[in-house]
Design a protein around this ligand. Structure first.
Ligand code: AMP
Length: 126
């Protein structure tokens, strides 16, 4: 079976230039752009350019170069959006949803970088 990837998902269309986006940073293997429905003053999505559906897919099957570039881009986005923890900065939350239990809506790996306000606990306590 393996991992499935649907190339009609909305982020695949963004990568092909079929849908516009507000780009924050683009590198060889990675694109970072503003979330269309921001849930915090800073809400950026970081996606690999390759066809990976989720974080487990990416971390198992992407090349070292793609993984390195993706992680470095997350760091650069934190710096550019001024949410980094360096020099007493206020910090951020990085979230990636995967599959059914993760409530993933777009089946192309994306890491949400959220910040600019107090985000509260990671999950509500039931
Ligand atoms: P998830 O539930 O983790 O799959 O999150 C999907 C995210 O994609 C949501 O935060 C949406 O607001 C965001 N989103 C959906 N369509 C677009 C788009 N065209 N441009 C930017 N962000 C989008």
């Amino acid at each position: 079976m393996g991992y499935a990837y649907d190339d009609q998902n909305i982020f695949a269309k963004i990568l092909r230039g079929e849908i516009p986006n507000k780009t924050v940073l683009e590198t060889e293997h990675t694109l970072a752009f503003a979330d269309i429905q921001p849930q915090a003053p800073v809400h950026v999505l970081v996606i690999p350019k390759g066809p990976y559906a989720s974080l487990d897919h990416f971390t198992q099957e992407a090349s070292d170069a793609e993984i390195l570039d993706f992680n470095r881009t997350i760091g650069k986005v934190c710096e550019m959006t001024k949410v980094e923890t360096k020099d007493g900065g206020m910090g951020f939350r990085a979230i990636t949803n995967a599959g059914v239990h993760g409530h993933q809506e777009v089946p192309h790996l994306h890491v949400h970088i959220l910040g600019g306000r107090q985000l509260g606990r990671m999950l509500p306590r039931d």
